[in-house]
Design a protein around this ligand. Sequence first.
Ligand code: FAD
Length: 400
Amino acid sequence: HLDRVLGKHPPSASVVKLPMPPVLRGARKHDVTICGAGFAGSVLARQFAEVSGKRVLLADKRPHVAGNAFDCLDGAGVLIHRYGPHIFHTNSDDVFAWLSRFTEWRPYEHRVLARVGDKSVPMPINRTTLNALYGLDMRSEAEAEAFLARQAQPVTNIRTSRDVVINAVGTELYETFFQGYTRKQWGLDPSQLDKSVTARVPTRTNTDDRYFTDKHQAMPREGYTRMFERILDHPGIELALGTDFHDLEAADKGRLVVYTGPIDAYFGHRFGTLPYRSLQFRHETLDRPQFQPVGVVNYPAEDVPYTRITEYKHLTGQSHAKTSISYEYPSAEGDPYYPIPRPENQALFRRYDALAAAEPGVVFAGRLGSYRYYNMDQVVGQALAIHRRLTARQPAADAM
Ligand code: FAD
């Protein structure tokens, strides 16, 4: 179990007595060193400090906690998400309960519209979307199902993102909602992308216009950053912000390292760089209370350079005379955001993963450590599971 991985703390008296060379001072100070103060690193920091009584050093190269979920007040005092809109949703009671120790929640069901010509229609596609686009008056699920069945063009061997959509809703709806949006988002045609990308987006025959249908849908009442500050407020956790993990002294590394940065960077990109898609954000504050009717409006047309506009006040519930919005421009350059789901990238990841499995005393976690698009709740669930695995007693070994 954990003490076997990390060793017992030396009694503090012996630390005082032993004259230690400076290089060993760090190693004596921290049991666990964590790279990255996003959900993965912060949940693990709290678990190691609170549940296992370990001393944790948590380093992030950014000057703030919360990773990509970071939010802050902009110049006008409007709460914005610096790295794009983060909407919390989960079906896991455990994950929701764990986070609820550190925040109160504001119920929020996310709604998205897509701008098509001069119309704004619900996204994911539902019966309202179909009625608005085709000038229909379908009143039942059966009618909408029959309509979609007439549009669909069955694909026998579904491999790509294009196949998934054409098979479900046909070419016209594919071109209207998916082709341009996907090309902008990924810099690739849907026919070049794994089916998993569009398989995540449902098509509905009812009029449910919520983006998510999870059991728990809510936003941290005082924002994500405040929630992270509470998660990390524990005497066993030392924070080193603005600190690159790779610049830490060997002595700062505890016996266990948790690495939530990009897995290829840990190994010096020795097999080549794992491709990521990035985003550039244009944040604006407008001198009016509201800009658009819902939190996010998508722009699927290829001739519009951005993919979507977010208006944060819908997400946060903040009252303010002004409003702040962000335009998202997908790009090849910038922070690593989305692992690009293509078979050759998975093959490259597997080579790094094999190195990771053989790296003693290091656990890889989170979205970048796993080279996988995970939602926030999945990352929290993964972090809790990693801690459980490392701290579980192994009856067979104990009996020996
Ligand atoms: P991150 O939050 O990326 O944290 C990793 C941290 O490691 C970063 O802070 C980084 O600075 C640090 N780091 C990396 N390398 C080093 C190094 N060498 N030294 C020190 N520090 C380092 N999920 C949802 O559930 N709902 C949403 O609505 C949603 N929207 C999203 C929108 C966008 C635009 C993006 C990109 C993601 C979205 N996600 C959403 C996913 C969500 O961001 C992730 O699930 C979550 O942030 C993953 O947490 P993490 O700790 O794995 O990674």
